[in-house]
Design a protein around this ligand. Structure first.
Ligand code: NAP
Ligand code: 8YV
Length: 320
């Protein structure tokens, strides 16, 4: 039997390629200059797409690939894929929840500690000989006993909460729904921001959460407040964030995600009160391996059993 045709958008690891090559003829989207010809040549033959949270699925591709059955995405956030549209066309979308919770939560904590304890400036102080010339590094702020806000108390948000408990934190949150726990619930992001010292943002991206953190939320967080964003750049109004940091309305920020990734505004790059990382929330060898395995498992099991392990909620009824 000829191998099924799989359209690969974005990069995959060699381990993923090794696992898929036996069953699939892999067509690499970005290797084709003429995308139009690629699509028309293979429109009826491509039955699966492998993509990631960054690239998603380009507009119209789902309509053009008339025999497409499954989109397997290498990442948990799938805001770059129109999952409702996929479901309406009986295309199953899968993602990689849970296996990256710890890593992304660790990244959030790393940013928090780096901002509060001024890790970047302290490293420069040590490296550039300022310690020898000027003496001790100035005192920084403690992360102990802070009021910590979590915007989006889902899988990763809960994992962040578990970690911040170890710092004797008082935990506050806002999500679409109130949870059965002893954390303090707030009815809006603004009310949450008003009540905390540091705000971790970890909702999904997409239309529903666009600029959920706006000028009013940043102002509520305040001049000694800290924003940590490990969700999607779209969730925070970046222009308002820059202005708030420049004017001192907001004190500090630790950012892993940006509105126009991989481009980062120069204003942010030039600020001492900001720590930046290039969307590395899940980016360790171990976690990417687990994500890659689940991405492949979903594809392989689908063509054996018609079922997948981790459909996105919009497609769960296709997996019944
Ligand atoms: P999840 O379990 O679905 O949790 C999402 C949380 O956000 C839920 O608590 C949900 O509320 C809340 N939420 C959704 N829409 C909201 C809205 N409009 N207003 C307020 N709260 C809202 O997702 P997860 O697995 O924790 O992942 C969260 C996101 O993290 C992903 O979608 C992705 O964008 C991002 N992420 C980033 C990285 C990185 O490398 N930086 C890595 C992985 C994931 P309910 O609980 O009430 O449903
Ligand atoms: C990945 C992510 O960097 O899972 C997510 O939603 O943002 C990250 O784990 C992204 O999917 C690109 O591969």
């Amino acid at each position: 039997m000829p191998k099924r045709k799989l359209l690969q958008i974005g990069n995959i690891t060699s381990r993923m390629a090794d696992r898929l090559e036996a069953d699939f003829h892999i067509i690499e989207y970005f290797k084709f200059q003429n995308k139009e010809k690629l699509i028309s040549d293979y429109a009826k033959e491509i039955v699966c797409v492998l993509t990631d949270g960054h690239w998603g699925v380009p507009d119209n591709l789902m309509e053009r690939l008339t025999n497409l059955e499954i989109i397997s995405s290498y990442g948990v956030g799938y805001d770059a894929i129109d999952a409702d549209f996929a479901a309406s066309k009986n295309i199953v979308v899968t993602h990689t929840p849970e296996v990256l919770n710890n890593e992304v939560a660790d990244t959030a904590i790393m940013l928090w500690l780096a901002v509060y304890r001024q890790l970047i400036q302290a490293d420069k102080w040590a490296r550039q000989g300022t310690w020898e010339k000027e003496g001790s590094f100035p005192l920084s702020r403690s992360v102990q006993s802070q009021k910590v806000g979590i915007l989006g108390l889902g899988r990763i948000g809960e994992t962040i909460a578990k970690r911040v408990k170890a710092f004797e934190a008082e935990i506050h949150y806002h999500s679409r729904s109130q949870k059965d726990n002893d954390y303090h619930y707030h009815v809006s992001p603004k009310e949450l921001a008003e009540n905390v010292d540091v705000l971790f943002v970890i909702t999904p991206g997409g239309r529903a959460t666009k600029h959920l953190v706006d000028e009013s939320v940043l102002k509520a967080l305040g001049k000694s407040g800290t924003l940590i964003n490990v969700s999607r750049g779209s969730v925070v109004d970046e222009k308002a964030l820059i202005k708030a940091l420049q004017t001192g309305t907001l004190g500090f920020a630790g950012l892993d995600v940006f509105e126009a990734e991989p481009s980062i505004p120069n204003e942010l790059k030039n600020m001492e009160n900001v720590v930046l990382t290039p969307h590395i929330g899940s980016a360790t060898t171990q976690t990417r391996q687990a994500m890659g395995d689940l991405t492949c498992d979903n594809l392989l099991t689908y063509f054996k059993s018609g079922k997948v392990f981790t459909p996105v909620p919009e497609c769960s009824n296709l997996n019944a």
